[in-house]
Ligand binder design. Structure first.
Ligand code: BGC
Length: 357
C-alpha cells in the first residue's frame, strides 16, 4: 500500500487575469500546521499561516483573497521582483559598449523591473512535488530580449519549498543569451502578529549587517557603504523597529550589507525577528549580498487586505534579499551581471518558529 506523503500541495483555480488566462493557487502544507499559498500570477505568496506560541494559527503576510485585488495597483505584495529588483538610476546602463534604456516607472528612475515586471506576468507551472521532505512548486518564465528595455532572452525559474523543519526555501535560477543585469527577490510584507498588532513597529529585529548602502533623496545609491554603528540604522543588537524611527527621515527603506564570515561563504544569516504579542519568530538566511529592509512607509490606509485589515503606514515590513540597487552603474558593488554560459543561482530561506520560555 502506498504511504501518504507528509507534506502536501493542493492545487486549485484562482481565476483569470486580464487577457483571459486562467491562473492557479497552490497550497503547500507541512505537518506542523504551516501553510504557504502561492499563485503563478507574479509568483505571489498570498498567505503564510503559522501557529503562534499557544498553537493558534494566523496569517503573517499582507495580501488579498482574490486575484481581482492583485490586478489593481498595489505595492508588490508577496511577488517575485525582476528582472532587476529595486532602482536603476535614470533607467540606464552600459554594457559591452552599448547603452540600454529601461522603462522609467519611479520618477526618472527604473524600479522593480519596470512597468510590467516579473510581478505582473503569468509564470508557467513547471513542477509540483510532494514528498516526506518537502512540498514544493517550481515556476518558470522566459523574459524576452528587449522586455522593459533589458538585453537578452532570460530564462528564469523560481522554486518554493516548504520543509518539515518549518523553512520556506526560495531558489532562483536563470540563464541568458546576452549579458544582462539581474536581481531577483521576493517582496513579501510580514506582520508576524497575524492581525494582533496595528503595525510592525514593536517587532524586535536583529540584522546581520555592519553597513548599509547610502542613498540620495531619490533612493539611488551614492556609492558609499556607511557604518551603522552609533546610528539609528544599527540593528546588530535586537531592538524594536520603531525605537529610533523618528531619527530616520522617511523611515527604513535601505539595503543592508549582509556580513559574511569568510569570502567563500555564500549562504549567510540575514535577520532574526520576534513579534512580542504572539511570540512568533522568523529567521532569514540568504546567499544574496544585501537585504532591503523596508517598513511600509508608503502604505497609507487605502488598501484593505485579507480579513478586512486596513494596511496603514508601517503595517508590515519587508526583508527583500537582493543585490545592491543600481549595481549596473556602481562598479564597486558586487556584480549583478549575468553573462551567456553562466548560471545564476540565489537562495533565500525564511524559517518560522515561536519563542519558548
Ligand atoms: C522599495 C521601496 C518601494 C517599495 C514598494 C521597496 O523594495 O525599496 O522604496 O516603495 O519597494 O514599491
Amino acid at each position: 500500500m502506498e504511504q501518504s506523503k507528509c507534506l502536501t500541495v493542493k492545487r486549485e483555480p484562482f481565476g483569470k487575469v486580464l487577457d483571459g488566462i486562467s491562473i492557479e493557487l497552490f497550497t503547500l502544507s507541512n505537518s506542523n500546521g504551516i501553510t504557504v499559498k502561492i499563485t503563478n500570477y507574479g509568483g505571489i505568496i498570498t498567505s503564510i499561516i503559522t501557529p503562534d506560541t499557544t498553537g493558534r494559527a494566523g496569517d503573517i503576510v499582507l495580501g488579498f483573497d482574490s486575484i481581482e485585488d492583485y490586478l489593481k495597483p498595489h505595492p508588490y505584495f508577496g511577488c517575485i521582483v525582476g528582472r532587476y529588483a529595486n532602482r536603476i538610476a535614470e533607467g540606464k546602463f552600459k554594457v559591452e559598449g552599448q547603452e540600454y534604456s529601461l522603462a522609467k516607472n519611479n520618477g526618472p528612475n527604473h524600479l522593480h523591473g519596470g512597468i510590467v515586471g516579473f510581478d505582473k506576468v503569468v509564470w508557467e507551472v513547471k513542477e509540483v512535488t510532494e514528498s516526506d521532505n518537502e512540498a514544493s512548486l517550481k515556476l518558470a518564465y522566459l523574459s524576452k530580449d528587449g522586455e522593459e528595455g533589458y538585453p537578452g532572452n532570460l530564462s528564469v525559474t523560481v522554486s518554493y519549498s516548504l520543509t518539515n523543519d518549518n523553512q520556506l526555501i526560495i531558489t532562483y535560477d536563470a540563464s541568458t543569451d546576452k549579458t544582462t543585469p539581474i536581481n531577483l527577490t521576493n517582496h513579501s510584507y510580514f506582520n508576524l502578529s497575524a492581525g494582533q498588532a496595528k503595525n510592525c513597529l514593536d517587532h524586535v529585529i536583529k540584522l546581520n549587517a555592519d553597513k548599509y548602502v547610502e542613498v540620495n533623496d531619490q533612493y539611488i545609491p551614492t556609492g558609499n557603504l556607511v557604518d551603522v554603528a552609533s546610528t539609528p540604522m544599527d540593528f546588530t543588537n535586537p531592538h524594536p523597529i520603531g525605537e529610533f524611527l523618528d531619527k530616520v527621515p522617511g523611515g527604513y527603506d535601505h539595503t543592508y550589507v549582509i556580513k559574511k564570515e569568510g569570502t567563500k561563504e555564500k549562504m549567510a544569516y540575514v535577520a532574526w525577528v520576534h513579534e512580542p504579542l504572539t511570540n512568533r519568530i522568523m529567521e532569514v538566511y540568504s546567499t544574496q549580498p544585501g537585504a532591503q529592509f523596508y517598513i511600509g512607509n508608503f502604505l497609507d490606509g487605502t488598501l484593505i487586505g485579507k480579513n478586512d485589515i486596513v494596511y496603514n503606514k508601517h503595517y508590515g515590513f519587508c526583508l527583500e534579499t537582493h543585490h545592491f540597487p543600481d549595481s549596473p552603474n556602481q562598479p564597486s558593488f558586487p556584480s549583478a551581471w549575468l553573462h551567456p554560459g553562466e548560471k545564476f543561482n540565489e537562495i533565500t530561506i525564511y524559517k518560522f518558529s515561536t519563542k519558548s520560555y
